[in-house]
Design a protein around this ligand. Structure first.
Ligand SMILES: [Zn+2]
Length: 328
């Protein structure tokens, strides 16, 4: 029996007979919100571009919070959004920022929050829709990401589309930040987050300097938002596979060229995912497309690089997938 098979049997000892891991994963029988595909930088980048194209340049007709516990802010602050024009919709780390004429709104979707673009208020609301902003006609042209140009899912200028936030586990939060009101957004402060993992200013030199402060295991390093922002459980696995580095490898053991490889793999993996998702996600923005990933959640399947079986572990509810044959 090949070496990898023995080790895999150890990791997946409950599995008889051998099948793809997903068919035997306990999360299939007992839904565990931690095993969902949590939105990360590529997912949220697509969403931010698309929602900017759909909503920027429109003014708020109505703002509602059917799930008041999700919203950090007062009913008066929510009502005060009415009439304000949306000027920007962008991602920073795993947070989505909406900048209106006067006030701002921040969405932290966390594990299970999802956003829907409803071209018309008559579109049926999903269950657990907790926050809604209805926009009026677009009264001002607005620049948008080139890839969204001419997309059929962009509501017509005279439409009254809705942004809807739903969250089955009600873990995410929507923060209202009226001008003049100090309200903390945990995790989004200037000291909470390093540069975005795809930030053009995050050069190789900056990466080399920043990584020195973090001696620990590589998977934890990549998921640490204080190091670089936007990478989570799924894409950390993908980046480490691309870099041919094991998730448990300690940063302190990396040769200088491996530090550089990790940078290149980070940028390439995220850029590639964004390319794929631009084609695959619209117009259903509330779904997470992950079927193109190389290793994450593919335990027991063949590694696309070496053909050996992918190993998968689950600690604290978080899946880690890697190839013990071609990652070192
Ligand atoms: Zn491999």
């Amino acid at each position: 029996m090949p070496k990898g098979r023995v080790n895999l049997a150890h990791v997946l000892k409950r599995r008889q007979p051998a099948k793809p891991f997903s068919e035997n994963c306990t999360c299939q029988r007992e839904p565990n919100p931690y095993n969902r595909d949590v939105p990360e930088l590529p997912d949220l980048s697509i969403l931010a571009d698309a929602f900017a194209a759909a909503f920027v340049g429109r003014s708020v007709l109505a703002a509602e919070a059917p799930g008041p516990l999700t919203v950090r802010g007062t009913p008066d602050e929510l009502r005060a959004l009415v009439g304000q024009r949306l000027q920007k919709f962008y991602r920073r780390g795993k947070f989505l920022w909406l900048e209106f004429g006067r006030d701002r709104v921040v969405i932290n979707a966390m594990l299970t929050g999802r956003l829907q673009l409803a071209a018309d208020p008559a579109v049926k609301k999903p269950q657990k829709t907790l926050f809604i902003i209805r926009f009026g006609a677009r009264d001002r042209p607005s620049p948008a990401a080139a890839w969204t140009s001419g997309a059929e899912w962009i509501p017509a200028d005279d439409a009254t589309p809705e942004l809807r936030y739903r969250d089955v586990a009600q873990m995410g939060k929507v923060y209202l930040l009226p001008r003049g009101v100090e309200r903390a957004v945990p995790g989004a402060g200037p000291d909470d987050m390093g540069p975005d993992a795809d930030d053009p200013d995050l050069t190789l030199d900056v990466w080399r300097q920043r990584i020195k402060r973090h001696p620990g295991e590589l998977k934890n390093l990549l998921r640490n938002q204080e190091f670089v922002a936007g990478v989570g459980n799924a894409y950390s696995d993908e980046i480490l596979h691309a870099a041919e580095l094991l998730p448990t490898r300690k940063r302190g053991t990396l040769a200088p060229e491996e530090v550089d490889d990790l940078y290149v793999a980070t940028r390439a993996t995220l850029a590639n995912a964004i390319e794929v998702l631009r084609e695959r996600v619209p117009p259903t923005f509330e779904k997470e497309v992950r079927d193109f990933l190389a290793v994450h959640n593919r335990g027991g399947e063949a590694c696309p690089r070496c053909g050996q079986r992918i190993t998968q572990t689950e600690a604290g509810g978080f899946v880690t997938s890697y190839c013990r044959h071609c990652q070192h």
